[in-house]
Write a protein that binds this ligand. Structure first.
Ligand code: SF4
Length: 356
């Protein structure tokens, strides 16, 4: 079988704060293959961004500490690389697009200076050749009049144009893996749809892999081949997009799916997942979703942390829940509705109340 481009194995990350140690990642396992788009969905604070930042050693330490686990990129152990070796990978082989383009761009440098910088840093290309490549990449990212934009500053562009510039910066070195951390969240719905279309086109054109992070199931369904559902520092379900919509297994995934508002919902009361996320300074020893789980099955949920394992009938559909382990002999109730994939721009609401 093909080796994954990125393999995260049993990753535990803690943050040491004045209020205590936050156990932010609790044994995350992920694999991304070449030319694949993996979506990570979950509410704010569930560990999506921490997972992405860990991948290229961008977590600030302290307060962050990778306590255990491994991250392998193209066969290299990321956690054992020197700073110089890491710098050769990030911004070159692995690049990142953040949520807010204004925080990714330096307001006092021209667009041209910023888009050409990754090329100038990672190759011997001349200034004129770098400029020409930057213009071509800006055009590929849908920016007409790229030659003029090269000499402008970020504040002279609209939010959508700035995000296209940030995408051009991330792609100019032709990376093998793009980490996209909520790249459309700060944009209005029309621009969001354009940026999603652009990312899909560029992914196909360049054949890169993408780790796409979002709290919006509608957005993520537009681009992902597979999806990992995160809750409170754990991956609780990992499957194809089709499997997620046809047969979500984990109670959290089901609740998340049902919380997508529809036109028939009472507008005064949007569906939410009752309860709150556990305090990760003192997380439960068993299932982290137990206090909110509508399918809670008793003491085993509080006592034993369920491992992510293949669900019956599909080795590729993994779930972390005792409903699917040998610990209990109980099949999940069939009281949930099968779902259709939301259309472009569909909104979803997480339990934290975020919506788009
Ligand atoms: Fe619910 Fe128990 Fe499954 Fe956790 S392990 S999701 S509490 S049924």
């Amino acid at each position: 079988m093909t080796q994954p481009l990125l393999k995260i194995d049993d990753l535990h990350v803690h943050f040491h704060t004045e209020e205590g140690t936050v156990e932010a990642l609790d044994g995350v396992n992920l694999e991304i293959y070449e030319d694949e788009v993996l979506g990570i969905i979950g509410e704010s604070g569930c560990g999506k961004s921490v997972t992405a930042l860990s991948t290229i050693g961008l977590l600030q330490s302290p307060p962050a500490e990778v306590v255990s686990g491994s991250i392998e990129y193209a066969g290299q152990d990321i956690l054992r690389l020197s700073q110089r070796e890491l710098n050769n990978i990030r911004g070159n082989d692995v690049t990142m697009v953040y949520q807010d383009p204004m925080t990714s761009l330096n307001p006092v440098l021209t667009i041209g200076k910023q888009v050409t910088e990754p090329l100038r840093t990672h190759s011997d290309v001349s200034a004129s050749a770098a400029r020409q490549q930057a213009i071509e990449m800006l055009e590929a990212c849908g920016l007409a009049d790229a030659d003029r934009i090269m000499d402008q500053y970020p504040n002279e562009l609209s939010g959508g144009m700035r995000q296209r510039v940030v995408i051009a910066m991330a792609l100019i070195t032709e990376p093998k893996l793009l980490l996209a951390d909520e790249p459309t969240t700060a944009l209005d719905v029309t621009i969001q749809a354009q940026i999603m279309d652009l990312l899909k086109e560029l992914q196909e054109e360049f054949g890169m892999s993408i780790l796409f992070i979002s709290h919006d199931l509608g957005v993520i369904s537009e681009i992902a081949d597979r999806i990992a559902v995160m809750y409170a520092g754990n991956i609780v379900e990992n499957c194809t997009m089709r499997e997620l919509f046809d047969e979500p297994l984990h109670p959290y995934t089901r609740a998340l799916s049902k919380s997508i508002p529809s036109l028939s919902d009472d507008p005064d009361r949007l569906p939410v997942i009752e309860g709150v996320v556990p305090d990760l300074r003192n997380p439960p020893s068993g299932c982290r979703f137990a206090s909110r789980c509508p399918q809670y099955i008793g003491d085993v949920c509080d006592a034993v942390d369920p491992a992510l394992a293949a669900a019956d009938g599909s080795e590729k559909h993994e779930v972390a829940c005792h409903l699917y382990t040998d610990i209990v002999d109980e099949t999940p109730p069939a009281d949930w509705e099968h779902l259709s994939a939301p259309s472009t721009g569909a909104s979803s609401r997480t339990e934290s109340g975020e919506s788009q």
